[in-house]
Design a protein around this ligand. Sequence first.
Ligand code: TXA
Ligand code: MG
Length: 359
Amino acid sequence: MNTKIYKIDLENIQTEYIKEAGELLLAGELVAFPTETVYGLGGNGLDASASQKIYAAKGRPSDNPLIIHVADWESLLKITKDVPKAAEKLADAYWPGPLTMIFKKGDQVPYETTGGLDSVAVRMPDHPVALELIRQGGGYVAAPSANTSGRPSPTKARHVEEDLSGKIAMILDGGSVGIGLESTIVDFTESVPTILRPGAINQTMLSEVLGEVRLDPGLFEENKKVPPKAPGMRYKHYAPKAELIIVEGEADAVSEKIRQLVSEKEAEGLKVGIITTEESLTKYPFGVAKSIGSREEEETIAQNLYGILRTYDDEDVDIIYSESFRTPKLGQAIMNRLLKAAGHQIIDLDAESHRDPAG
Ligand code: TXA
Ligand code: MG
């Protein structure tokens, strides 16, 4: 299939391009589009065969449900059941925005879209191209992140092209996305609203509106007995090709430890990558060190995380050491993705220094 790519001028959106994209969706085809979080791979969410095409294009297991994207609140009510008042308050506060909510599904939503579940995830994205595409494409756009399953989510149209060119009808190129991490997912089918995936709308922001909010116990690696409730969070998902190891602790101790590990690995003949920030870049004279952003502006770290993992894939490094980024607002979401990419391999220097030498 020849994939058409349209460059969108966000200052002056070419409505004829979005209309053409919407017609493709109505005809059951797939279109990748920008949102404020990551690029999405859109298909008509009420069309079972379009959802099957999405799974095929991504190479994604078909029991991993899709998020339906809507452009207004009424659309949400048409495809769900038992929407609590609290969810409406949350939408008033944060929609359109990086927030997905899960409810009991309405009968029109095919099980192909929900991965066989009786619930459905819904989101109203905060991006003019996405919203106009949803309106032109029938109102219900099922869209996972537009990456091949197992690769980092795409934050630029080029990443979508790398993974899906030739497999989908169209890519709308809206430049780099704003946030860089997928939306926060809140499950309203539980008695207490529960975060299934942390994102830019953090727990504090949710509590301000909802009061009590829980974190899915399956999100914690220590909790091996309970799997994450969101099927997509169960897979080793955002894995780069190289082995990735996080080093955590006091800043100087971390850079010293990473320098030591890099020289050991280079002596073995391995090519080593380092993920650090503007503030610490000069501390790493060896290895392929890259800045992910600035600790002073945590948004930049979120924006660049997936892109930097892709860059290391292209450079064929064998092993990557990363600092950790437990920043105040986005830290929970950033570390959730980074830990998954690392398969939870972490060297905790604080724990090491506190360890009883006799024990
Ligand atoms: O920011 C985002 O949410 C992006 C953009 C494109 O909107 N989309 C996205 O979709 O991240 P995806 O498919 O890559 O991730 C959706 C996650 C998966 O982990 C999936 O298992 C979970 O949402 N999910 C979807 N429906 C669910 C449901 N009914 N119950 C539990 N988890 C669900
Ligand atoms: Mg994804």
